[in-house]
Ligand binder design. Sequence first.
Ligand SMILES: [Zn+2]
Length: 401
Amino acid sequence: MTDTEDFLRLWDELAPIGRSADSGGYRRYVLTDEDATLREWFAATAAARGLEVTQDRAGNQWAWWGDPDARPGLVIGSHLDSVPDGGAFDGPLGVVSAFLALDELRARGVRPARPVGVACFADEEGARFGVACGGSRLLTGALEPDRAMGLRDGDGVELGEALSHAGRAPVAADPEALRRVGAFVELHVEQGRGLQDLGLPVAVASEIIPHGRWRLDFRGEANHAGTTRLEDRHDAMLGYAGAVLEARRLAASHGVLATCGKVAVTPGGVNAVPAHVTAWLDARGDEVGAVRAMVAEMEAFVAEHEGEMAQESWTDATRFDDALTARVRDAVRASTGDEVPVLGTGAGHDAGILALAGVPAAMLFVRNPTGVSHSPAEHAEVDDCVAGVHALASVVEELSR
Ligand SMILES: [Zn+2]
């Protein structure tokens, strides 16, 4: 059985990669040096276990135990990238737990009757190029390769350029790699307080609420902050500021969530009137119609204020596979001896993208004592992480009989 030391041994290998000394948070963005180091770690960790490591045409990494071309496999895993100054657990907990679950099964002499894979999806957070779950969306065809190749980061670098700089081939959909996935179970730190409030370590997911991202652009004219009269200014910041407040007002009136968490100002000088503001809106809610209605009113507001608003991504309400989830839940219950709650989530995940592509998918959540996520304060206790590994191992044993 995996113990605390086993967990920390593997966990600590990842701890220094992409960690900011200033914030204590992680900056692990796609196609950077940190990303390359994480990919090497994944390949080496898989190779040390005798797993066959492959990379699909969308840039996702896979480690296989058994031949998934002979028979589609059961896949576990998650992602290793982060949001800006993200926590340690969002993503890596699922990848580390997947390797440890396989170790646990092997130590117990379990021989799965179907191939078992560990996946590491590329660019789940979309922190650099703006599209969340980029790797899984490309894999399934939900993101057009041409559109992906033209996405730009904050410095204007196109994804295609970044790929060739990293010595990587252009990205593409990969139906052959997708066909190898018979089912996917993603373990993830909970991004809320559901388990903490219930006093339980592990839950299964029911669904992901609909969510999307939009880019807002406001144009103005750069000029001197000290010599340009107020009435002569064309200040791009004013349209943006109004939009932030309007998004909050509309979200409250439609009963949805709206966040403006990223903004870029040109020229970006304290003493210069802003010539251009680009910002991003994240909107989510329980009801597709309510989110869409909020976004439609937001679009009207932005247009009235000489701005433009363009959708960058959209994911419908995603219901995880009920039959698979029931089996996962039974296996976890047998493993932990605890009740296993079923929780919905407001966060998007690669498991949701695969579910939308028709792959039976399910998720496990591990307790997060504060519920804080996408922040250096994100946390899970080691004992709960170990309970998650046991639960995942039981799930793999049950689903690969
Ligand atoms: Zn995640």
